[in-house]
Design a protein around this ligand. Sequence first.
Ligand code: ZN
Length: 131
Amino acid sequence: MPDTVAAASGVQPEPASTVDYRLVRTHVLHRLKSGTRMADDVCDAHPELVRAGREVGSAAGEPCPVCQGDQLALVSYVFGPRLPAHGRCISYPTEIAKLARRKGRFTCYEVEVCPECRWNHLRRSYVLQPC
Ligand SMILES: [Zn+2]
């Protein structure tokens, strides 16, 4: 899995804080392929997330696991003190570095989204730690 925004911005995940959701992703995709889950259930990205994927997301470096399209993007949202309740969508890698230097605990959530079929899944979360 690429370490996209964090690596590009000079920020490292605080190791003990990282939660990786790959097993959940694998389980959801297995259920989709076996027919126990419908595509409509998992391809339900909010229009704002789809927009963020198109406009500020970084390339995931792999095809969409549902439609095999090449538009799969990673979008990062940061939550913490003095940020909006819905978090801040990171548009530029330098933003995340600035947040990491602020006082307080900031948590980043990396979401993959496919603008073509609207597949979306939380990849991982971690607490920001400046390098
Ligand atoms: Zn897709």
